[in-house]
Design a protein around this ligand. Structure first.
Ligand code: FES
Length: 451
């Protein structure tokens, strides 16, 4: 019998985004029952799925290596305690299954004996033959085997009340896994001191994998509360947790960060990589800005990295700026986050980013966030003018089935914006010109977003 999987697990098994599967359901190519899809229907709708390669690990590794760099590359294996708990759970399921099979086998054998003793030998022979054939032709279900294997490496976490889902894998805590998946769980210190990441386990099993000083009361423990920054999921989990949904939900912060590196980017820009202290990281929405302050110099810049890595912040600065001449190890005060140029995740439309020159620094984090969210069937990025980090854009296109990169020569080559939210960034003249052009083509102004 075909197994039912939730959409997140099904997407990971096939190495596709959830957005692509959701599109197939809307098109009527894939049946779904209460948000679940059957393994049989999945293979029928996506017959070319390459289950022999490991799409999840390959893609995640490729994106992380080429796009996010070594700092986010994770060890694949979970924490030892978590791994042994998952293996123990799976052994229990197998033992249960074997016990049932043995019972059914006993029932079948005694049924055959009874049929023969009562003169129904023909029926007994037919039943015997059917069982033998079923054993010979019963090929192992490839997708179910792969799913069982992946359960050892990752657990599915569903947040309530939002219904958003993510996978907990590697040595990630629940908080790290949620951030990496583009979700804005409530938190403060990331290191077990403030209690702001408190969440309630509604079902499933979690395990403490990091030390925390914050003390949960006995009543909280008995009600299932844990700290998301120090616990990992052992099994699939439903977690009641607070999430930020608007920029106003995130408090202003002031962090003393250190310069990790300053590298030329091309197009007269440099990349400034700042690292926050482990216990004081910058919480922000992708697309927001921060003020960088060193001595008497202070200037606001877009944060070009994704909130999925809240410790490492990336800024693209004109090489003529004073802060572009910072040295490794220097201290920088970071104030923020500011701004409302963020992804409209709940609009139900797919994103189109149109940028020029350093406008890419405004959308880079949003693109990475959109990729991490895994809810879109296509993410379109169109650059007109400015080529810095174009290799990165091409690596996204290579690694992701749902990402399209267009390097356009002129405004006449803009992609069709219908059914999309359009995010514009670049010099003011460029943004105004594109905006007018889009509105003249019939796009409603409220679907165009600018910094
Ligand atoms: S974020 Fe502060 S205790 Fe978890």
């Amino acid at each position: 019998m075909a197994q039912l999987l939730n959409l997140s697990r099904a997407a990971r098994l096939l190495g596709l985004s959830r957005g692509i599967l959701q599109q197939a359901i809307r098109d009527g190519r894939l049946a779904s029952f209460d948000g679940m899809v059957s393994t049989g229907d999945l293979l029928a709708a996506f017959p070319d799925a390459d289950l022999d390669s490991d799409p999840v690990f390959e893609k995640i590794t490729k994106i992380r290596e080429e796009s996010f760099g070594k700092r986010v590359r994770e060890r694949l294996l979970p924490d030892r305690e978590v791994l042994s708990a998952r293996l123990f759970e799976q052994s229990g399921e197998l033992a249960d299954l074997r016990h049932h099979l043995e019972r059914y086998h006993g029932i079948v054998v005694s049924t055959l004996e009874k049929l023969r003793s009562r003169g129904y030998s023909d029926l007994a022979d037919w039943l015997d033959q059917q069982l033998k054939e079923a054993l010979v032709t019963g090929a192992p279900d490839r997708i179910e085997a792969l799913e069982g294997y992946m359960r050892i490496f990752s657990a599915n976490v569903k947040l309530v009340p939002s219904g958003r889902e993510f996978f907990s894998e590697g040595t990630d805590t629940l908080l790290e896994a949620a951030l990496r998946s583009g979700l804005a769980l409530n938190y403060g210190c990331s290191s077990g001191n403030c209690g702001l990441c408190k969440a309630r386990v509604v079902s499933g099993e979690t395990r403490q994998v990091r030390h925390h000083d914050y003390l949960l009361s006995e009543a909280e423990k008995n009600s299932g509360f844990i700290l998301a920054c120090s616990h990992a999921a052992v099994s699939d989990v439903v977690l009641e947790a607070l999430e930020a949904s608007r920029p106003e939900d995130i408090p202003l912060q002031e962090i003393e960060a250190r310069v990790k590196s300053v590298e030329p980017l091309g197009d007269f820009l440099v990349k400034l990589h700042l690292q926050c202290p482990r216990s004081s990281r910058m919480r922000f929405f992708a697309g927001q800005s921060a003020i960088l302050e060193v001595g008497q110099v202070a200037k606001e810049y877009p944060i070009s990295s994704c909130p999925c890595d809240d410790r490492n912040l990336e800024f693209h600065l004109p090489e003529s700026d004073a802060l572009a001449r910072l040295e490794k190890g220097e201290s920088v005060r970071v104030l923020g986050p500011y701004g409302k140029f963020v992804l409209e995740e709940d609009s139900g439309r797919e994103p189109l980013f149109i940028v020029s020159n350093e406008g890419f620094s405004r959308v880079k984090g949003i693109v990475e966030h959109a990729v991490a969210l895994d809810i879109y069937s296509t993410i379109l990025l169109c650059r007109i003018g400015g080529t810095y980090l174009s290799n990165l854009c091409r690596s996204w296109e290579d690694a992701l089935d749902n990402f399209v990169y267009v390097q356009a020569e002129s405004l006449d080559a803009l992609p069709d914006p219908q059914n999309r939210d359009v995010y514009l960034a670049g010099p003011t003249g460029f943004v105004m010109e594109v905006r007018e052009k889009l509105i003249a083509s019939g796009l409603q102004p409220e679907r165009i977003f600018t910094p």
